[in-house]
Design a protein around this ligand. Sequence first.
Ligand code: ASP
Ligand code: MG
Length: 422
Amino acid sequence: MALIVQKFGGSSVSDAAAMKRVAGRIARTQRDGNDVVVVVSAMGDTTDELLDLAEEVNPNAPAREMDILLTAGERISMSLLAMAIEAEGIPARSYTGQQAGVLTDSKYGKASIVGVVPDRIRRTLEEGQVAIVAGFQGVNAEANDVTTLGRGGSDTTAVALAASLGADVCEIYTDVDGVYSADPRVVSKARRIPRLSTEETLELASHGAKILHLRAVEFARRYNVPLHVRSSFSELEGTWVVNPTEEDPMEEPIIAGVAHDRSQGKVTVVGVEDVPGSAALLFTTLAEAEANIDTIVQNVSTEATGKTDISFTLPNKDVPAAAAALENLRESLGFEEVQHNGNIGIVSLVGAGMRSNTGVSATLFKALADAGINIQMISTSEIRISVVVDAQEVDAAVRVIHSAFGLDSQDTEAVVYGGTGR
Ligand code: ASP
Ligand code: MG
């Protein structure tokens, strides 16, 4: 008998029929003798629809009200799912994040979980019932207000609950059969990755692979929660995300996969004085504007001018605030201009085996060169190489890199079962 946390994403509970199918799976897991805790997202595109509605009513809606609105989506799905499970003959109780003891800080819209007190969930299990918990929400205990964890945050609810309950596994159900070597919507020959380290998963998730909420992977890594990412539409084995241990070091293929991110823009500050303090002032200002900077590139300054260009990437939504903040520095830093380009994409190759293999970057750059794709920026970590390319060339870049590293699957094409991709 195991304690299993199952998380179902919005596309797995998009309508009544889907809800019943999921309820059937949950009931089966319980009948097999397991304790089951379920975390559920809002149905289909509910969260986006609520966001659109709010935008119409007030484009600058107060963050507190926004969170109360958005948590409603998960309340709908959790209660309907509990009813569907009852219809299977299994008792089920649904709980809001607050009722389930998910405690957060006070950052509305992007709250972090600071603790989980799952007493009520434990009691529910002891009474032989399935516990359903609304994903992506908690309570800011100080203000006694509901908070949300940021888009896609239900994964994090699931892993945090699994950690606090000491669950044997946290199953993340989605609309594809696991984590793929590239987005199957872009590369039809992407292959399912049977096993990933949490480290690789973090790199993939933080570079645009829409597989798991980043904080969920961080929780899994910190508290050693084994994750099984799999489809709610099939019975196939998915992808296991685990921490390699000494007893089980994990055989590491050189490359795990290729991620891409279209949500980033590029800013270049032209003609910055090449003296100590320039970068410090620039990035302090950007931090104050709450711009989330990723790749930074500074050119070698030309001797004649003593000036340099500094480029960096950041989420497109942060670009206006960042550009405005930088304009205010023009006098004090004496730079020429700020250019921004929202028309880029970042393509990243990730693999733990990169550490001990040579020639990986050469293969990558050659693949892009052969396809006539220009690289605008390059950044690397121990297990990742990222390139910034023109937005129009992202798909092609992902495909040629995927092929160049022999990742194309020989047999089956990846199946995308559901979701509108919104
Ligand atoms: N419903 C929320 C969203 O769409 C949370 C989640 O799906 O994990 O972002
Ligand atoms: Mg969702």
